[in-house]
Design a binder for this molecule. Structure first.
Ligand code: NAP
Length: 302
């Protein structure tokens, strides 16, 4: 019995690690021939795997990096996904990949600084999938870098516009739809920069992203009585086009990896797992939280 259980568990864990829906479907019928003890175990694994089934998630900044990895993970966990960013070709490829795996995805391109786009994305979620359960306002840019006197007012405004005003515009359009559902979740992507650590030359980015945390905490207090949970993800350095642009020089890369307790950058798929936690009912009592996914940068906080 012990051996058989191990065999079944082991077989079933593999597709979970693969994140492949097709593999899960292929294996599922075989498992119904197992004993009731093992069948219960299987049902548990299935629920764990498909924890966003029947939900619709909107993800901005989905054309690359963390947003792209999150869209794929959410779709594999059963969510219908609406993906957005400015680059249409990248979004089309993402939608095709999700559909090829048996998932449901729609894309709408545009800038998060466009108030009209924020409303159109919510309308798309309602038209195609009947509503909105999860909104992940993840789009971001490093924006104007340099010592503060070097940051022009236009550069400053643009950085705030994408990172903070974009989050506000998204949330403003999404909240009424999220309130129509039970168990809904509003998530923002902030960063550890400007929260647990400061870095020369990143003032505009840090200010915008710290603003996102303030926005999140206030919205959490406003909507907790109505059951809407609001949280923020604070990734450490992550191996995405943005992360690679910061760590382009080998000595800078080594420095960045060195400030992380785990002595490496995150892969976007690791950050996506934290977004999944905040999106799913597994975080049903978590709201108003700034969740560090920073590989231990904050271990060294004074
Ligand atoms: N990588 C890191 O080390 C790190 C660490 C902490 C936090 N973060 C945050 O994580 C989030 C995702 O970044 P990433 O690391 O995944 O970088 P990334 O691969 O460069 O992705 C950034 C995403 O934001 C989108 N975007 C940028 N400006 C936009 C705009 N005005 N309108 C709509 N979409 C826009 C980009 O798409 P288009 O260019 O197609 O518009 C892209 O999909 C950002 O908020 C970033 O600040 C990243």
């Amino acid at each position: 019995m012990v051996n058989k259980q191990f065999f079944v568990s082991h077989r079933y864990i593999l597709p979970i690690q693969n994140e492949g829906r097709n593999t899960e479907r292929f294996l599922a019928p075989r498992l119904f021939s197992c004993s009731s003890h093992i069948r219960n175990h299987t049902v548990y694994k299935k629920e764990e795997t498909m924890q966003l089934e029947g939900k619709t998630a909107l993800i901005t900044g989905a054309s690359s990096g963390i947003g792209r990895a999150t869209a794929k993970l959410f779709a594999r966990r059963g969510a219908n996904v609406i993906v957005s960013a400015r680059r249409t070709a990248e979004l089309s490829i993402l939608v095709s990949e999700i559909r090829n795996e048996g998932g449901q995805a729609e894309a709408l391109a545009g800038s998060v600084s466009d108030e009209g786009l924020a409303g159109d994305l919510v309308s798309l979620a309602k038209d195609k999938f009947g509503g909105l359960d999860i909104a992940f306002n993840n789009a971001g840019t490093l924006g104007a870098m340099g010592s503060l006197p070097e940051v022009t007012p236009d550069g400053w405004r643009e950085t705030i516009e994408t990172n903070l005003t974009g989050a506000y515009l998204g949330a403003r359009a999404q909240i009424p739809a999220l309130l129509e559902r039970t168990g809904s979740s509003l998530i923002f992507t902030s960063t550890f920069v400007g929260y647990t650590a400061g870095f020369p030359g990143m003032s505009a980015y840090a200010a915008a992203k710290a603003g996102v945390i303030g926005l999140m905490k206030n919205l959490a207090s406003e909507y907790a009585p109505e059951g809407l949970r609001v949280n923020a993800l604070l990734p450490g350095a992550t191996n995405t086009p943005m992360g690679q642009s910061v760590a382009a020089e080998p000595d800078v890369k080594a420095y960045i990896e060195g400030i992380h307790g785990l002595k490496r950058q995150a892969q976007p798929e690791e950050v996506a797992q934290a977004a999944l936690f905040l999106a799913s009912n597994q975080s049903s009592f978590v709201t108003g939280h700034a969740l560090l996914v920073d590989g231990g940068v904050s271990i060294y906080k004074a």
